[in-house]
Ligand binder design. Structure first.
Ligand SMILES: [Zn+2]
Length: 286
């Protein structure tokens, strides 16, 4: 059940639509969601604000029978999630855009911004919306746990994707924080996951566990690539990812650097070079 340009009810209290955005490959769209019940809702991540996107958001509001839009909730300040915020604020006459405190300076000036910390609880009609601090992909990342009609749905942002994996790389990404965020989200107990990219999933615990295992497998691959002695970043990339096109090689390097930063913090790996390209080496006894 992939989200498309037509609005879809994903779960009790959660409606979604896919907006075409400039996002990371392989994705071409970012899902926007309405969360709430009884005609009251928050709009999550309007990632585009062109005429086509605004028409899709109009259709989403109509399909969900929303009469009162309380404002915008942002999962994080990446452009493919916030590109339509100003247009949505104007279109719907909104007076509140809530985002993690670290996201606020990254957002356009002139918006009715308010800080939203993880652990805060909002309501929308009969739905409860829990903001969950989920740094890792981005340091300003929040996910939203929607409890409505006894259903529990995680509007996940870029914590997980509907298929494939989420990019975690330097300078803003943090692998250890990402793993902790997956645990925090799992502890909330989502039955369903509504991601920003790819289809919603009705096996919430499995989606979060897949993401955890994927990240640990990647870490194990980095560790294994250091088995034969010190290696520079480009050699590690070749061993972990194989040959890559130039435009994705930079993303691979930054993901590797995030893994190496975690291994260095854990004193398992040493940086034995001058620049970020290494070499890197296993620490003796590490
Ligand atoms: Zn992102």
């Amino acid at each position: 059940m992939n989200l498309g340009a037509a609005p879809l009810r994903v779960a009790p209290g959660v409606w979604g639509v896919a907006l075409a955005t400039r996002t990371l490959p392989p994705w071409t769209a970012t899902n926007a969601y309405l969360v709430g019940t009884g005609g009251v809702a928050w709009l999550v991540d309007p990632g585009a604000g062109d005429a086509e996107a605004l028409a899709a958001l109009d259709a989403l509001v109509a399909a969900a029978a929303v009469r009162t839009l309380k404002g915008v909730l942002l999962t994080h300040a990446h452009e493919d999630h916030v590109g339509g915020v100003a247009a949505a604020v104007e279109r719907f006459g909104l007076d509140a855009v809530l985002a993690h405190p670290a996201a606020l300076p990254r957002l356009p000036a002139g918006l009715p911004l308010r800080a939203l910390q993880g652990g805060r609880r909002l309501v929308a009609g009969g739905a409860v919306v829990d903001a969950i601090a989920t740094p890792g992909h981005a340091s300003d990342h929040l996910a939203f746990g929607i409890a409505a009609d006894r259903a529990r749905t995680l509007v996940a942002g870029d914590l997980v994707a509907g298929s494939g994996s989420i990019w975690v790389g330097t300078p803003d990404g943090d692998v250890a924080a990402y793993l902790a965020s997956l645990e925090r989200a799992a502890a909330w107990g989502p039955e369903r996951v509504a991601p920003s990219h790819g289809p919603p999933r009705d096996d919430g615990a499995a989606v979060l566990d897949e993401a955890r295992r994927h990240r640990l497998a990647r870490e194990a691959a980095v560790w294994a690539a250091l088995a034969d002695g010190p290696a520079r970043l480009d050699a590690l990339r070749e061993r972990v990812y194989g040959p890559l096109d130039h435009e994705v090689a930079d993303f691979a390097d930054r993901a590797l650097l995030a893994h190496l930063a975690k291994l260095m913090r854990e004193t398992r790996v040493d940086h034995v070079g001058a620049g970020h390209e290494g070499p890197y080496a296993r620490r003796a006894g590490g």
